[in-house]
Design a protein around this ligand. Sequence first.
Ligand code: GDP
Ligand code: IMO
Ligand code: MG
Length: 417
Amino acid sequence: MPVDVVLGLQWGDEGKGKIVDFLAPDYDVVARFQGGPNAGHTLYVNGQKLVLHSIPSGVLHERPLNLIGNGVVLDPAQFHHEVMHLAALGIDLHRNVLVSERAHLILPTHRLLDAASEQRKGTGRIGSTLRGISPAYTDKYARNGLRVGDIRFPDFQSRYESLRDRHLKQLNDADTAELNQQEAAWWQGIDTLRSFRLVAGEYFLNEVLSAGKSVLAEGAQGTMLDVDFGTYPYVTSSHTIAGGACTGLGIPPSAVRSVFGVIKAYCTRVGSGPFPTELDDTLGNRLREAGQEYGATTGRPRRCGWLDLVAVRYAALLSGVSQLMVTKADVLSGFDPLSICVAYEWNGRQTTEFPFDPVRQQPQPVYHTIPGWHLGKNEKGNDCLYAFLDLIARHVGVPVSHVSTGPERNQLIPLPA
Ligand code: GDP
Ligand code: IMO
Ligand code: MG
């Protein structure tokens, strides 16, 4: 039976958490397949806001089990914090969260290495979330990493110490001042992790599928932050496209049925790197305030700009997106007229392809302008909004199945096929 995949098609923060929370009751398992605590997925239920970083966004529902997949990098200290935060709200994650034994661990020294790397890069820094993501994936691919399943073996502590000491050789003393404290929190997190069901995620999921049950794969970040296809080097260190769901969970491509592409009605980006439709002006500031565009993980102001359909089209192509879900349409209410980037111009020619190196190639957006809409309170639709959605579907070549008009779970309008 099928796997459906939810992906962000821009630079992250498209509203994936809300969409996964909405879809979750229809599935038997929700599984995060990449990224780590760099993600911040916001769920809003009955006015209560909850931000999840490592935990899949199906945890508020009765039905699905939630798997942290092998493609994720997990920080035990952060995991502990999240488990405790939810426990205080009366949600016991032991009931419905499983962790793949193949997921890699983020060490306290990975966070220090992340900060040191950013400092070294100076003005060329990536704008990392400083959660240790890149050093943890680097160790994974350099075949030095520690995995969740390793915590069950008696040599775990010595393996931890040897990897930590290897990292310490790369760091200055100044970087390590608070390490003791961070290590205590980390080991507490390891104890918390031991209290969870650690599973062979690939066997678990394939058995679920063989039994005719369904899986929703939850992506983090967005296509334009993918390590291969994003705006390299200003990207994250994992595969954020649909292919990442297969390697990040251990499921075959043939199991994937639908790919839901989530896009914001405009664009945001947090951290450095190219952003062709950025509005570095009062309009951009107005968008940030209207959309409350501040990072769910770091609190940093998000850079804002117009919807970029060149990027969305590229993202839809890379992942075989079957339907688009457009969020934050309410935020654009009152912005009139609206601009939508439908092509780029560079080197005197127009293209609808995303360039190899947008920093050096400097593509200039070609805009299509349409009348905006004014959505009254509780008003659902509006002809100008539907014209906007129609324009998106035509340019991307993928239908829009839903439009979201507020942060709450029920503020999502299905559109006729
Ligand atoms: P994610 O990382 O893709 O899950 O997205 P984030 O949670 O980082 O950011 C999306 C923000 O937009 C969150 O604060 C959501 O509560 C909010 N949100 C999601 N959909 C809508 C919507 O349709 N309208 C409004 N106003 N807010 C939304
Ligand atoms: P969600 O899942 C938005 C960005 C960082 C930085 C770059 C690399 O909430 O959409 P990293 O810490 O991964 O090494 O940072 O990627 N970034 C995100 N931006 N949403 C996210 O996740 C992000 N995760 C990482 O700001 O530019
Ligand atoms: Mg987010």
